[in-house]
Design a binder for this molecule. Structure first.
Ligand SMILES: C[S@@+](CC[C@H](N)C(=O)[O-])C[C@H]1O[C@@H](n2cnc3c(N)ncnc32)[C@H](O)[C@@H]1O
Length: 222
């Protein structure tokens, strides 16, 4: 049990149900259209490669909100000691089916019990945007505490000012969740408040799949 538990998002069960509902379509779209597949997006791949080059030797890596495991599998292939975790059991079923060579488990980012300085790297790769605005800083602080000195976080998220209530996603599947968008400077600020030093920031314009986004990589000092 953690000494200071992270607040449980009020909508966690609703988000989990929605993620379960979209999981099959999401996994199918990654495979058939390349959506979310970093191999098809050179700048996203470049940031994941920079992350992998940096944390490769530092210790275990955790892909939080790994979905169908696309990035977990890529990092495994690159030789990293990586595992994936996701809120949605159905996402994890898909991840295990698509990438049987990888390690996956089911848990919310808000319920992880990560040891102090136990990780070389942690990812929040387009998986933290459902967290309420007052909960994300707590999750980032837990990530920072779990990183070894010199360990890195890489996080990507949707850019904007609003809390967008989604009623359908990924091919018209009915969902109920809120996408909490962040301005890049706010998102970087949260990461700094968590005790990490930003080392790179990549801004992405809207594309056929998604609105604008930002990727931030940050290091635990020491
Ligand atoms: C847009 S998908 C991204 C999946 C994966 N990172 C990728 O790039 O393909 C968002 C993922 O975050 C997961 N997720 C949402 N809230 C979460 C939470 N509180 N804890 C862990 N995972 C969560 C969803 O189940 C979903 O798999």
């Amino acid at each position: 049990m953690r000494a200071h538990p992270i607040d449980r998002p009020a909508d966690l069960d609703v988000v989990r149900e929605s993620c379960d509902r979209v999981a099959d379509n999401y996994a199918h779209m990654v495979v058939t259209t390349g959506m979310g597949d970093i191999r098809r997006h050179p700048w996203l791949k470049a940031s994941i490669d920079a992350f992998a080059d940096t944390v490769g030797e530092l210790g275990p890596v955790l892909d939080v909100g790994c979905g169908p495991g696309t990035v977990t599998a890529y990092l495994t292939e690159r030789g990293l000691d990586v595992s994936g975790v996701d809120l949605s059991p159905r996402m994890i079923e898909n991840a295990r089916r698509l990438h049987p060579q990888c390690r996956f488990s089911i848990a919310s980012a808000t319920e992880l019990d990560l040891g102090e300085a136990s990780l070389g790297g942690v990812l929040g790769w387009w998986s933290l945007f459902n967290l309420p605005r007052d909960v994300l800083p707590q999750v980032l602080a837990h990530f920072a505490h779990a990183l070894k000195p010199g360990g890195h976080l890489i996080a990507g998220t949707h850019v904007g000012d609003e809390d967008a209530v989604r009623t359908e996603a990924y091919g018209g599947v009915p969902v109920r969740w809120t996408t909490h968008k962040w301005r890049p400077e706010q998102f970087v600020d949260l990461i700094v408040q968590a005790g990490l030093h930003p080392v790179a920031e990549l801004r992405l314009p809207a594309d056929e799949w998604s609105g604008p986004g930002v990727v931030v990589m940050a290091r635990r000092p020491g």
